[in-house]
Ligand binder design. Sequence first.
Ligand code: FES
Length: 64
Amino acid sequence: MYVCMCYGVTDKAIMQAVEDHGAGNLRELREVMEIGSQCGKCISMTQQIIDSTIIDESLFREVC
Ligand code: FES
């Protein structure tokens, strides 16, 4: 689904950036993609996706 309509960024693209580039917050995510700097409506959802992706990754690592 689209999270940032202004830049056309999807939740999958955010998750991929967290996994590939280790982005842990919006500032780090902005180093690899344009997001959240137009209207700002997507900022809270973006941070939630970053947080849940990090939690999912850490759970996966503990199992393996
Ligand atoms: S929806 Fe992301 S900056 Fe507007």
